[in-house]
Design a protein around this ligand. Sequence first.
Ligand code: SF4
Length: 366
Amino acid sequence: MRDGATSGALLDWYDIHARDMPWRVSPADRAAGVRPDPYRVWLSEVMLQQTTVAAVRDYFARFTALWPTVGDLAAAEDGRVMAEWAGLGYYARARNLLKCARAVVRDHGGVFPDTREALMSLPGIGPYTASAISAIAFDRAETVVDGNVERVMARLHDVHTPLPAAKPELTALAALHTPEARPGDYAQAVMDLGATICTPRSPACGICPWRDPCAARAEGTAPELPKKTPKKQKPVRHGVVFVGRRRDGAWLMERRPESGLLGGTLGWPGTAWVAVSEEVPEAIPPAEAEWRLLPAEALHTFTHFHLRLSIMVAEGLPASGGETASATLRPGAQGWVPRGDFRPSDMPTVMRKAFDLARSAMDNDA
Ligand code: SF4
């Protein structure tokens, strides 16, 4: 059974209130026959995984200016792409982004496949992203369920089962409302409703296109839905990094190995990150110098743990060894990145935090 009345009311609302996004074709343009570019839809969906629309806008503009097509991205240098991705987090996504672009070029002639199943065979495209691309770019009647949609469905149907146990039920309910006509616009409309009207803390039920059929509004339970199973506390890990600068201003950096957390990103040499209940592995300096420990630590929170990073700094390291452009530093290797090529924005946030603390200590000493 599909529910045409609720989707119709939502699409009418979307025709007037659709958010303006750089990767989106407006409902008016869509009605006039403009088709979304699957490359831009895919890129935006990968960037938006666990990141906000506001945070993604600039990255999306830079990526599409540098690499306007999937073929351009497929031909890009890995280090350059990782550098442009820095700050968005979840670096496995950036590595999969490149793998996917190259698979589209190699296996599909540079054209994204248009079914959910074929999309799911590409690197980094899971069930959610495949449904989203299939619906938004190709107007297929796939059900797209993100956190916004779960919240809206839990309220529309007054579902009190806590998440994540409620996911299958909410997905089934979302499928009931997915229309055969304009499924791409519908998918974006539910997301917009969740982001702008049916917000987590104070849903604006008075101006909601679904206020009449909404069960939680009738029951007065909307603000407390969806229920969530309490999360376990995140563990804390610690480690050490070495931020060292040569007399000529070059920085001693390393690119992390391809696999693992922050894989393939640029940063500072250091120890493994272990549980605070364990001793930090012996911190062997990457070059001979008078390293000193900063009193402040870089603090950062990843998905599964908090990190406390101790920072060793040294300046005036002897000018031994050559120099390496940061983009060409290979995974697992260390090298001297010359002053002119060094950009803090090329590093992930945690390494930038360490750099900011090291830099202010160095400036204070100067
Ligand atoms: S009526 Fe209120 S709770 Fe129900 S869907 Fe609309 S904003 Fe959400």
